[in-house]
Design a protein around this ligand. Structure first.
Ligand SMILES: [Zn+2]
Length: 266
């Protein structure tokens, strides 16, 4: 598994202390339990998102990043059914079978409640080549405006649909996309509150669910600020300070003890 991942990402910088999830061949059985936090946690009772189904296609299942809490898998199936009039959802990384740190590419996605979904919608089933070697096209052009061939009413409608679901805690998109939504959405704007600007996220949006009801090991997250997140809070993202994201300093946080035990289990 490690060799396969390293081969696939040759040349990319390796992050230290991420060995756990790569040695994990299968989910641990048991009632679903998302433990810890999105950037420092793990998952019991994970299930794979089927590679394709009514209204969805999953990318790169060979990486085994298509596992999540059944609560998330059900959510995605619901979203795919609802979004059908706009197109087929293309689902990227969810998480590893037991959650935990991912070798390359994500700080979070560790507890089976995060998922990346492409802005691009599919109109036909993906070929094996498209599935394993997908293209990730940024929806912005050089000046930050959105490419009208990649961004339109369907993308806004799908984001609106995801954001309006009570299971969704927040959704990350590129600041330029947030800005476009702030400028263009009329009428109901309450759903913009959950749409949060973050670096990257130019070709996909990242959906994070709230803790499933009754999941006592899932740590509560910081509440979203009031308001639609447009105006002053968004303006910071276009400053020189925001243009240079601070590199992470110091070691990664220590995993919760329960997660160490789960990820180390043969
Ligand atoms: Zn993500």
């Amino acid at each position: 598994m490690i060799a396969r991942l390293l081969g696939a990402f040759a040349g990319a910088a390796l992050v230290s202390a991420v060995a756990y999830a790569d040695n994990v061949p299968a989910p641990t059985a048991g009632p679903a339990d998302s433990i810890g936090s999105p950037a420092n946690g793990c998952l019991v009772g994970g299930v794979p998102m089927p590679v394709s189904g009514p209204g969805w296609e999953v990318l790169r299942p060979s990486t085994q990043r298509n596992y999540g809490n059944p609560y998330l898998i059900q959510f995605l199936e619901d979203m795919a059914a609802k979004a059908k009039s706009h197109g087929t959802l293309i689902i990227g990384d969810i998480g590893m079978p037991r959650g935990g740190p991912i070798l390359i590419g994500h700080a979070s996605h560790q507890m089976g409640l995060d998922v990346d979904v492409l802005f691009r919608l599919a109109s036909a089933p993906l070929s094996d080549a498209e599935r394993e070697n997908p293209t990730f096209q940024a929806v912005m052009v050089a000046d930050g405006s959105l490419n009208r061939s990649l961004w339109g009413a369907d993308q806004v409608a799908v984001l609106h649909q995801f954001s309006s679901d009570s299971r969704v805690e927040r959704i990350f998109v590129n600041p330029w996309i947030k800005r476009a939504l702030c400028k263009s959405v009329t009428g109901d704007r309450a759903w913009l509150r959950k749409i949060r600007p973050w670096w990257g996220h130019e070709a996909h949006f990242h959906v994070r669910l709230s803790c499933p009801p009754g999941d006592k090991d899932c740590l509560p997250r910081e509440a979203l600020p009031e308001g639609d997140g447009c105006g002053a809070p968004l303006a910071w993202w276009f400053t020189a300070e925001a243009a240079k994201p601070k590199p992470r300093v110091g070691p990664l946080p220590e995993l919760p003890a329960a997660c160490k035990a789960i990820l180390d289990k043969p």
